[in-house]
Structure formats: C-alpha cells, structure tokens
Design a protein around this ligand. Structure first.
Ligand code: SF4
Ligand SMILES: [Zn+2]
Length: 482
C-alpha cells in the first residue's frame, strides 16, 4: 500500500535548515568563518591588506589596569546578580569532569537560538532522563526527538547524540579537555561551544564570543563596522581572549553573556545598572553627542574618539551610516540586513478515525531521517503551489498512498498555519478528513502510526504540527500564526 513518501520541501531547504542550526555557533563569529567565496588575485590581496590594517587604540583596551577594572567590575556584578539557572547548579555540584562537560554541552546546544526561559524545562527533563554521556549515547533518535519536540531546530538534538556516541565509542567515554580538541573531535561543536565547555567545565582561560558578547564588546569599544565581517570577528575574539579572567574563565564568560542578555540588551539597554559603564565608549559617545546637541555645536572630536567620519578606520561605521541620535548606544553593533525567509507552501491533512478501538485515532507519518525536521512525525503533507492549484488532488493522492481509497468529498479545508523556520516561511494549508462510516483500520503501514490524541501530544512532532492540529480541533479556527 505504501510508496516512498514525498517529503515536504526540497533537500536544499533541508541543507539550509541544517546550516542555520549552528545558531549561536554561527553567530559566534569564528575568526575562521568562511567568506562567501574564496577571494583570488586582486581581491585576495585587498583582503589581506585589510586584515593587516592596524587597529585604532580607540577600539582596544590600552593597558592591564583597564582590563583589570573590567574583569573585577563584571565578575562582582555577576556574583551578585547571576540568574539561578539549572545548568549552573548542575555544573557547580558535579566533580566528575566528563559529567560537568556534558552538562555544559547540553545547555549550550539547547540555548542556541532558544530563549533561556524555554530551555529551562527541556534541560531539566533531558538531564533527568540522560544524566550522563553514556545514557544519551544509548538512547534512540525517536526518544531524542520526542524530548526535543517543541524546542525547534531539531538537528541540534540529533547532533548532540551523535557527539555523545562518538565520545563513548571512540574516545573512551572522556570528553576532550581543551577548546581546540573539543572543536576538532566533536561533531557540531564549533568555536563558541568548544570555548564555553572548556572554560566552564575545565577552567581553560579561553574567551568566547556569542551574540550577547558581540553586542557588549561592540558597545564597550564602539565598534560600528559590520560585526559579521572577518575583521570585526577577529577583533572581537581577540578582545574576548584579552579580557577573560584566567582565574575564573567560566564565570567570566558567563558573566559577559549574562550582561548582554539582561543589561546590555538589544533595545533599551539598562546602562545605569551596568557594571562596566565607566569603560563603555558607546555610552561616552552618547554623552558627547548629547552635549554637542544641547550646545548646538557641530560634533567635535576629542582624544577619546576614533575617526568615524573619515572612512579610514575599519572598525568604525562607514561614513555612509551616520550616527542616529534616537538609537543612543544601540548605534552599536551595526545592524546587518538579513535576507527575508523564502516562502513555501504545504498542504497537510489531519486524517481521523473517530470510531477506532480505544478512542479516536489520527494518522501521523514519519519524515525522512535527514534534512528538515528529520525523523519527526507529521500529518500527511504535500508541497503545494501558493495558488492552491491541484492542492486537494495532490493531498488526496498522498493520503490514499497511506491508507487506500478515501471519501474524497469529505476532505475539508479548515484554515492555515504559518510557521517560520530559520530561512523558510512555510504556510500550511490545513485540511481535515474524518472516516466516520468506514471500518476502523488498526494497522498502519511502515512509516505511519495511528495515534490517540494523548499519544499525539507527547509524540516527536513539531510545534507547527501541534498548531495544525489545533486548527483541526477548531480551537483556533481560521488563520493561526506562529
Ligand atoms: S554602559 Fe550601556 S551600552 Fe555600555 S556596556 Fe553597559 S549596558 Fe551596554
Ligand atoms: Zn574606529
């Protein structure tokens, strides 16, 4: 009865999704970050000259005294204000280095592109279920997907498990002990995650740069150039390495990230509560600009300013992007325009047997084991034209390939759900079909399952499918945007 299933979306979509899931890793701005294409000839020479350009002292910490003040101020603030987060407790209470590193690793992977508040519950359940690398290595992908359901960017969980298996099967159960070996030996571990594990779990004095640290450092040193450029990335990693407190590297790195997350926020940063305010060049720049404006004087440079308007400095904003008075310190870091997500459309159907034994059952089918939402369960779906043409027919064919002949006239269009994956805005046209008069089918073909409602809610299904189901149930009739 069953044929190889057509996946929703293309493989190229899957690759984009997979690459985006580096998330914080990608935004960590590795100095080895790949350029869009390898420069050659003149372009390469220009790039080399640019990378060798001296950096104005304005964007550096000039002496050890300044560095010491920064470290002390930040760490004493962190000691007073740090949030009570489960992974911190877990790591503090763990003396076994491999277990500590594993606890940090799980938290860092979960926190990629996901809010702390969302991660807390998932982290707690994960560590209860798989408290060691060995436990995770012996879990099934189905179990991993089930626990990860709703957290998004599902390849993160899969790669975490692949990494755990590698440690158990090839590294004698011991995590590599340095940032360099962590990054080299573990799949999916990039420069940021490696540095975070090495500093927090092993006390290696290595700085880290994630999105929060980018913001803090760009503001503290008034770096207005594109933070995703190679030059700025190198400069930020270099600053992070210079600043990290050798005696407490893990705490220092967490403090810098915490400052970005809670005080030096993207909008409306709380500068008056900031422990490093006295060292912050963005703040100084704001005060200078305000003074100039209040005296109706043209902005005049002083010794504490770089040369932002000459176009000479590679770390200042280009002259084409003047200071915006309304943004204040949020003039830093420079916003990089992102491409809008690609729009795609899918038709999906909740096929239900209301009279099935043991209560109503709905049909779920499994996605392929690689690519977007790999291995997760979903309602039968087909890629659809945005115009909606031939949608019903294609969907019926898909449904029939799973369960045989169906009463086509009962297929009802119920609404739509819009879900944005990192680079794809996917609109699901939601259909429903209830097999009222048919004899209940108890056996599903391979790759499919008839689930009760309760089973559906705890299965490895994505948030988008849960929204689709809500439209079917009529709890959110019409369009449901998520
Ligand atoms: S003073 Fe303001 S802009 Fe500067 S680091 Fe602190 S919160 Fe960020
Ligand atoms: Zn400059």
């Amino acid at each position: 009865m069953r044929k190889p299933r057509a996946a929703v979306g293309s493989r190229s979509r899957c690759r984009k999704q997979a690459s985006s899931q580096e998330g914080r890793e990608k935004r960590a701005l590795s100095s080895s970050q790949a350029k869009p294409s390898a420069p050659d000839g003149l372009a390469r020479q220009q790039e080399e000259v640019r990378l060798q350009a001296p950096v104005s002292p304005y964007h550096l910490f000039r002496d050890t005294a300044e560095v010491t003040v920064f470290r002390k101020s930040l760490l004493s603030w962190y000691d007073r204000e740090k949030r009570d987060l489960p992974w911190r407790k877990w790591v503090e209470g763990e003396v076994d280095l491999d277990r500590r590193a594993y606890a940090v690793w799980v938290s860092e992977v979960m926190l990629q592109q996901t809010q702390v508040a969302t991660v807390i519950n998932y982290y707690t359940r994960w560590m209860q279920k798989w408290p060691t690398l060995q436990d995770l290595a012996s879990a099934s992908l189905e179990e991993v997907n089930q626990l990860w359901a709703g957290l998004g960017y599902y390849s993160r969980g899969r790669r975490l498990q692949e990494g755990a298996r590698k440690v158990v099967e090839e590294l004698g159960g011991h995590m590599p002990r340095t940032a360099e070996t962590l990054q080299r030996l573990l799949p999916g571990v990039g420069r940021y995650t490696a540095g975070a594990i090495a500093s927090i779990a092993f006390g290696q004095a290595t700085g880290v740069v994630d999105g929060n640290v980018v913001r803090v450092l760009c503001r503290v040193r008034a770096i207005g150039a594109d933070p995703s450029s190679t030059l700025v990335s190198q400069q930020l990693w270099s600053l992070a390495q210079q600043l990290v407190e050798p005696a407490r590297p893990g705490d220092f790195n967490q403090a810098a990230m915490e400052l970005g997350a809670t005080v030096c926020t993207p909008q409306r940063p709380l500068c008056s509560q900031c422990p490093v305010q006295s060292l912050c060049r963005a703040r100084q720049r704001v005060e200078r600009e305000q003074l100039s404006a209040s005296r109706s004087l043209p902005g005049s440079r002083d010794v504490e300013e770089c040369a932002p308007n000459t176009g000479q400095c590679q770390l200042c904003a280009p002259p084409t992007e003047p200071w915006d008075q309304t943004l204040g310190v949020a003039n830093f870091p420079r916003k990089v325009s992102r491409r809008p997500p690609r729009e795609e459309c899918s038709a999906t159907c909740v096929l239900e047997q209301p009279r099935a034994l043991g209560g109503a059952r709905i049909l779920l089918v499994q996605r392929p084991n690689s690519g977007l939402l790999a291995g997760l369960w979903e309602f039968p779906s087909v890629t659809a034209e945005p115009s909606g043409q031939h949608q019903r027919k294609a969907l019926l064919r898909e449904l029939q390939s799973w369960v045989g002949p169906l009463p086509a006239t009962r297929l009802r269009h119920l609404g739509q759900v819009v879900h944005t994956f990192s680079h794809i805005k996917l609109t699901y046209q939601v259909y429903g079909l209830a097999l009222e008069e048919q004899t209940p089918v108890t056996i599903a073909p391979p790759g499919a399952r008839w689930l009760t409602r309760e089973e559906f809610h705890t299965a490895a299904v994505s948030t988008a499918m849960k929204k689709v189901f809500r439209v079917y149930e009529g709890q959110q009739p019409g369009t449901c945007k998520i």
